[in-house]
Design a protein around this ligand. Structure first.
Ligand SMILES: *[C@@H]1O[C@H](CO)[C@@H](O)[C@H](O)[C@H]1NC(C)=O
Ligand SMILES: *[C@@H]1O[C@H](CO)[C@@H](O)[C@H](O)[C@H]1NC(C)=O
Ligand SMILES: *[C@@H]1O[C@H](CO)[C@@H](O)[C@H](O)[C@H]1NC(C)=O
Ligand SMILES: *[C@@H]1O[C@H](CO)[C@@H](O)[C@H](O)[C@H]1NC(C)=O
Ligand SMILES: *[C@@H]1O[C@H](CO)[C@@H](O)[C@H](O)[C@H]1NC(C)=O
Ligand SMILES: *[C@@H]1O[C@H](CO)[C@@H](O)[C@H](O)[C@H]1NC(C)=O
Ligand SMILES: *[C@@H]1O[C@H](CO)[C@@H](O)[C@H](O)[C@H]1NC(C)=O
Ligand SMILES: *[C@@H]1O[C@H](CO)[C@@H](O)[C@H](O)[C@H]1NC(C)=O
Ligand SMILES: *[C@@H]1O[C@H](CO)[C@@H](O)[C@H](O)[C@H]1NC(C)=O
Ligand SMILES: *[C@@H]1O[C@H](CO)[C@@H](O)[C@H](O)[C@H]1NC(C)=O
Ligand SMILES: *[C@@H]1O[C@H](CO)[C@@H](O)[C@H](O)[C@H]1NC(C)=O
Ligand SMILES: *[C@@H]1O[C@H](CO)[C@@H](O)[C@H](O)[C@H]1NC(C)=O
Length: 813
């Protein structure tokens, strides 16, 4: 976005590579590439910040609770910001999600500065009155800059605003235009993203300028509400700010001079309120810079103040920023790529995708108002349905300790609420999407880290009990808590015509397929624990995917494409949903979004897409679809006719499915075509919402030449976009390296190229498959060497274990 800075980064890296490794072109793979010590410089936080990406580009720690950023009046301001300069800035708020849908979440406690409103009582305090455009650069983009842990903007009223963050506290720096005589600071208590604040409190201290307050706000994607509190202190930078010269509470556009409490002026039907302060300016000839330290808590104003005082006692903007960036560099630097012969944009796309995989969920430990516990508390699971496929398997590779804390937090939620979280934001349950999709997340953790679980303080017993609650106990409101368990156990699918109290008559086919995968994850945990009986029981339930397979339904105009996942009634007969339903070819132009009157059975995907969805048993799917040739024909039909949905998670595995037909080259090409078509480093660089990092982690895997199946010990293998990649895993203190011998660059449109894997060795020994790697490869710090070729027709290999596992072929044991 901010062109000059991007160019600086580019020059730095060009120099770095040519200075350190001599030549950018054909460096031999024998030399260790220079370590990327400042991966944060390769992160472009503005990717996906306009036209529906809803990405948060402001300042946060990895999984930080406080995500401080600019809010705009864009209709797509789900993360506050919009990269389109036609939208006005409305405030700089403290909490955000990233890449979500629903109603605009969070965006609480906006701070605003007035450089020159003529008179205190005439300051335009309401959100609509105060907003201003940003400065616009010659290329039409706004004068905004962002890097991990830092955001800055120049507004058209000549205010400059910079933001950085600790975990629960933001630090803002407001630089006023030279000669500002009456710098004023506004604290907005009520205007979250939905303008939903009620039960507002606000008091200000005229002696210190401290403003504290809070309100009750609406949840984003469900019926609940949550309380949030703030504590704001101001300090001059480079001068002594002294106490305010004017102060008062404000209501809509009316600041009332001399008031200290919003209760003195509050009218319940006018719900915009906050505090306004005028400070003495910096000495003449120097610029007035005011720091605002903004503590946040979901418990109380006292705790918000305590958080601020503990986390940022010194108001030192540069220190907070540097600490934050160092934390990001430590995390991102665990994955190293060799950039030799690879365009800078590819490395930027990779590290930006990795970065976005660590925004959510957020670490709200100590801020859970619902119960006291010494366990970690994470929130902003928005939603597990989106993230379970790729985000957590990516964490397995390089961030296991945070992963273990998230798992502990989920188990603690189950202990207190009865069911694991599925969709959740700001402590409120949101509508479920597929069922209980924390199951494959816990499964992913336990199947891979069962030997380390105890030392990471994850109780295997509690983990398993939490899974069993999802699988066996009918919740009072499955629409918020998980699954339609009783019918699932009785019928072995979710029927279209029985929906239980509290639920909604929606997405029955999709839920059947997700419930089956949830049970697959449980079966893998049971087997890992040595519980043979439960392993068999839940494997059997995983097979329920195929109970909604109707072999008679045919794709219109394609009699050779026969058999589809379809809605089924409780009496066993099938209803019919057109295979094209809610695709771009749907004659009815339906969407398959969450909607209580949506009776078609499908969620964010057409029947023909969901007919590819049984990730734990693709071998069985392939048989049902008529064998290898017709399976490939069907996949090609889906891609060549634009049925594939790059924005919706059930499609994520599809480009890699050719692996199961022993045609890994076709997967390599499809996955690379998907990256070329749908992902780039621009503000428009995402096909849709980032979905709390679901798309970021998905793109990261594709660029790494890997694709995971959660709750298993395998990763599907293709070729990375870099001549070598490595993962440092703190749980094992080991580094795994994947080297592509004969790396010759990446085809720009993803088609063809010298990118197909013809041979794999691990630590110099021939490997059993060219199509997948076992988890062991990643735990003991192996060196994986790939031989590349231009032959797209290569297979997975000739050995008995060359094909990736599937449940029906005896896999995963
Ligand atoms: C920015 O938004 C305006 C609508 O406010 C729209 O007309 C314009 O096309 C958008 N610009 C870009 C570059 O997307
Ligand atoms: C920005 O604010 C100005 C002034 O209030 C208004 O005229 C304009 O329509 C706003 N822009 C958008 C995109 O709403
Ligand atoms: C804003 O203006 C300052 C100079 O006043 C400049 O250093 C900075 O690069 C500009 N842009 C951003 C996004 O901060
Ligand atoms: C405030 O400053 C801005 C930018 O310098 C200017 O456009 C505007 O007219 C000023 N307003 C007042 C009330 O002085
Ligand atoms: C600030 O005030 C000084 C002295 O009054 C004047 O010389 C200078 O032009 C002013 N600067 C701006 C940006 O208004
Ligand atoms: C947590 O403990 C504190 C201190 O004992 C108590 O004031 C608070 O009410 C407790 N919170 C809950 C939700 O039980
Ligand atoms: C596990 O708990 C122990 C004792 O409370 C603590 O010392 C240790 O740091 C914890 N380990 C992790 C990974 O959280
Ligand atoms: C099965 O149930 C559906 C929907 O309730 C009904 O329309 C259909 O007639 C039933 N079929 C049989 C064979 O009972
Ligand atoms: C059968 O499917 C149609 C089309 O989606 C739907 O309108 C109807 O309600 C379904 N029948 C039952 C009994 O659910
Ligand atoms: C991790 O491995 C490195 C060598 O690869 C070794 O120097 C270091 O001591 C190990 N750390 C721990 C905690 O075992
Ligand atoms: C793969 O490479 C290894 C090491 O060079 C070699 O021993 C093995 O024969 C190769 N396998 C195939 C199928 O070419
Ligand atoms: C791959 O197979 C196709 C048809 O089966 C053939 O046309 C093509 O030439 C083959 N490619 C290579 C590199 O052998």
């Amino acid at each position: 976005m901010h062109t000059p800075t991007v160019k600086r980064t580019y020059l730095l890296w060009t120099c770095f590579l040519s200075c350190v490794s001599g030549t950018i072109q054909h460096a031999t793979r024998q030399n260790t590439p220079p370590a990327i010590t400042d991966p944060a410089s390769l992160v472009l936080p503005f990717i996906g910040t306009t036209n529906g990406g809803h990405v948060f580009p402001g300042a946060t720690l990895p999984h930080g609770m406080v995500k401080t950023g600019m809010d705009t009046d864009s209709p797509g301001n789900h993360a506050g910001y919009d990269g389109n300069s036609t939208f006005n800035a409305t405030g700089f708020s403290q909490l955000h999600d990233s890449g979500t849908g629903g109603a605009v979440p969070l965006s609480n406690f906006k701070i605003w500065a007035f450089p020159n409103c003529t008179e205190f009582r005439h300051c335009p305090t309401s959100l609509d009155s105060r907003k201003v455009l940003r400065k616009v650069l010659p290329d039409g983009s706004p004068d905004d800059f962002a890097s991990p842990g830092y955001f800055s903007t120049n507004l058209s009223n000549s205010m400059r605003v910079e933001l950085t963050a600790a975990r629960r506290t933001a630090l803002h720096r407001y630089t006023f235009p030279l000669n500002t005589t009456e710098p004023r600071m506004l604290v907005d208590i009520t205007n979250d993203g939905q303008r939903s604040g009620i039960d507002t409190t606000m008091t200000l201290d005229p002696m210190t300028g401290r403003v504290v307050g809070g309100a009750s706000f609406a949840a984003s994607f469900g019926p609940g509400r949550y309380n949030a509190f703030t504590c704001v202190d101001f300090k001059g930078e480079g001068f002594d700010l002294q106490k305010p010269t004017e102060w008062g509470a404000w209501l809509v556009d009316t600041p009332v001079l001399g008031t200290t409490n919003v209760a003195q002026i509050y009218l319940s039907f006018l719900n915009e309120a906050g505090g306004l302060l005028t400070f003495p300016p910096a000495p003449e000839g120097t610029q007035t810079k005011i720091l605002a330290r903004v503590g946040v808590s979901l418990v109380s104003t006292e705790q918000a103040c305590q958080n601020a005082e503990e986390e940022i006692p010194d108001f030192d903007f540069e220190r907070v920023h540097q600490d934050n960036r160092a934390t990001w560099n430590d995390l991102l630097g665990r994955v190293q790529v060799d950039m030799t012969g690879v365009p800078l944009e590819t490395a930027q796309l990779f590290y930006s995708s990795l970065y976005r995989s660590h925004i959510s969920p957020a670490d709200y430990t100590g801020e859970n108002p619902k119960w006291n516990s010494s366990e970690p508390y994470y929130d902003s699971y928005y939603c597990n349905w989106d993230t379970y496929r790729t985000l957590y398997p990516l964490m397995s590779l390089h961030d296991p300790v945070v992963f273990s804390r998230i798992v502990r937090g989920m188990i603690d939620i189950q202990r207190h609420e009865g069911w694991l979280p599925e969709c959740r934001g700001a402590t409120a349950m949101h509508f479920i999407q597929g069922g209980s999709n924390a199951d494959p997340i816990l499964g992913e953790f336990f199947v891979k880290f069962n030997d380390q679980a105890e030392s990471m303080n994850v109780s295997a017993t509690d983990l398993y009990n939490a899974l069993l609650a999802d699988a066996e106990l009918q919740p009072p409101n499955w629409n918020l808590q998980g699954r339609q368990v009783d019918l699932w156990k009785q019928l072995n699918y979710i029927p279209q015509d029985m929906f239980d109290a509290g639920g909604a008559n929606t997405k029955q086919v999709s839920r059947t397929l997700e419930h089956a995968f949830n049970d697959f994850a449980i079966s893998q945990v049971a087997k890992t624990m040595g519980n043979v009986e439960d392993g068999a029981k839940y494997s059997q339930r995983a097979n329920n995917s195929f109970n909604v397979w109707n072999p008679d339904v045919v794709q219109p105009d394609r009699p050779d494409i026969q058999g589809m996942m379809q809605p089924r009634f409780a009496n066993g007969t099938f209803n019919f949903t057109d295979p094209r339903h809610c695709s771009i070819h749907d004659p009815e132009q339906a969407t398959c979004f969450l909607n209580a009157i949506n009776r078609d059975g499908f969620y964010e995907g057409s029947p023909i897409l969901y007919s590819q969805y049984a990730p734990h048993d693709t071998a069985q799917l392939l048989q049902l679809q008529g064998g290898v040739e017709s399976f490939i024909t069907r996949l090609d039909f889906i891609f060549n006719n634009n049925y594939f949905e790059a924005t919706d998670e059930p499609s994520q595995q599809m480009p890699f499915m050719y692996h199961y037909a022993n045609r890994p080259g076709l997967s390599t090409q499809r996955s690379r075509q998907v990256i070329a078509e749908f992902f780039n480093t621009s503000v428009n660089g995402l096909p849709g919402n980032d979905d709390s990092g679901a798309m970021g982690s998905y793109a990261a895997f594709y660029l790494l030449g890997l694709y995971p199946l959660p709750a298993t010990r395998q990763f599907l293998l293709s070729s990375p976009y870099f001549p070598s990649i490595s993962f440092f895993n703190p749980a094992f203190n080991s580094t795994t390296t994947i080297i592509s011998n004969g790396f010759a660059g990446n085809p720009e449109d993803g088609t063809g190229g010298h990118v197909f894997v013809s041979n794999v060795t691990v630590n110099g020994e021939p490997y059993k498959s060219n199509c997948f790697l076992d988890w062991d490869v990643f735990t003991n710090g192996s060196t994986v060497e790939l031989t590349l070729s231009e032959d797209i027709n290569l297979t997975c290999g000739n050995g008995p274990d060359a094909l990736p596992p599937s449940l029906s072929t005896g896999g995963y044991d």
